[in-house]
Design a protein around this ligand. Structure first.
Ligand SMILES: O=C(CO)COP(=O)(O)O
Length: 261
């Protein structure tokens, strides 16, 4: 099944709502409509920027989409500081990142939490981008494939094939995030292929062939072509390079198969 590449820019805790508007305008200007037939492009700003991004995207009928970096596992109630899936749906979010390694590490999110948040996204019609990835110790011990397969199984445990068909998976080796140390294209392919095989077991080969599996970790305009050229890599979750309009537009164009803007 042909899978349309997805380039998702995870801004992390960067840019206020005014800076967000400026960046989205620049990206949209740099990436004319013709590219969007061949690549889906989404920005994932902090919560406080989303309303402004929504107003801009809807007002100017931009073709890029947007999402959030996290979602509560709860529907509503006494959960100070949490943001619900229905709130994000109301803001027009297409995607939500779930289980990013920074949340797994800094906020103690385990697979059960990630699963609950994945369900919260699905319940509200938002596509979860479920993140998995090994640390350097696991990679050096040669355990990365089995580690990622187990993390994937835990993060999707009990979901129906119909639900699995609606998720995006992001493989982000922790040692490659923000370090400038990108996994080789072969490394990315090895784990992404194992992810797809596992999705085949959890759902069906047919479902697995339609699910987008992204790579993330020091992706930039120079390395994105080789990475998304791999059979089982369907795009990228981009951190640092997504904060620069020109670079993000260029790498999105490369993922679309060109030409460069
Ligand atoms: O964590 C990432 C995206 O979610 C990757 O970040 P960098 O692209 O800055 O390495």
């Amino acid at each position: 099944m042909a899978r349309k590449p997805l380039i998702a820019g995870n801004w992390k805790m960067n840019l206020n709502h005014l800076e967000a508007i400026a960046l989205v305008q620049k990206i949209a200007f740099s990436l004319p409509a013709k590219y969007f037939d061949k690549v889906d492009v989404t920005v994932i700003p902090p919560f406080t920027d989303i309303r402004s991004v929504q107003t801009l995207v809807e007002g100017d009928k931009l073709l890029l989409t947007y999402g959030a970096q996290d979602v509560s596992a709860q529907d509503s109630g006494a959960y100070t500081g949490e943001i619900s899936g229905s709130m994000l749906a109301k803001l027009g979010c297409t995607f939500v990142v779930v289980g990013h390694s920074e949340r797994r590490t800094l906020h103690g999110e385990d697979n059960d939490t990630v699963l609950a948040k994945t369900k919260a996204a699905l319940k509200n019609g938002i596509t979860p981008i479920v993140c998995i990835g090994e640390g350097l110790d696991i990679r050096e011990a040669g355990q990365h494939v089995s580690y990622n397969v187990e993390q994937l199984r835990g993060s999707l445990a009990g979901l129906s094939a119909e639900d699995i068909a609606k998720v995006v998976i992001a493989y982000e080796p922790v040692w490659a995030i923000g370090t400038g140390r990108v996994a080789s294209a072969a490394d990315a392919q090895e784990v992404c292929a194992a992810i797809r095989a596992t999705l085949g077991e959890l759902a069906s080969p047919d479902v697995a062939s339609g699910v987008r599996v992204l790579y993330g970790g020091s992706v930039n305009a120079k390395n994105v072509g080789e990475i998304v050229g791999q059979t089982d890599v369907d795009g990228a979750l981009v951190g640092g390079a997504s904060l620069k309009a020109d670079e993000f537009a260029t790498l999105s164009a490369i993922a679309a198969g060109g030409p460069l803007p």
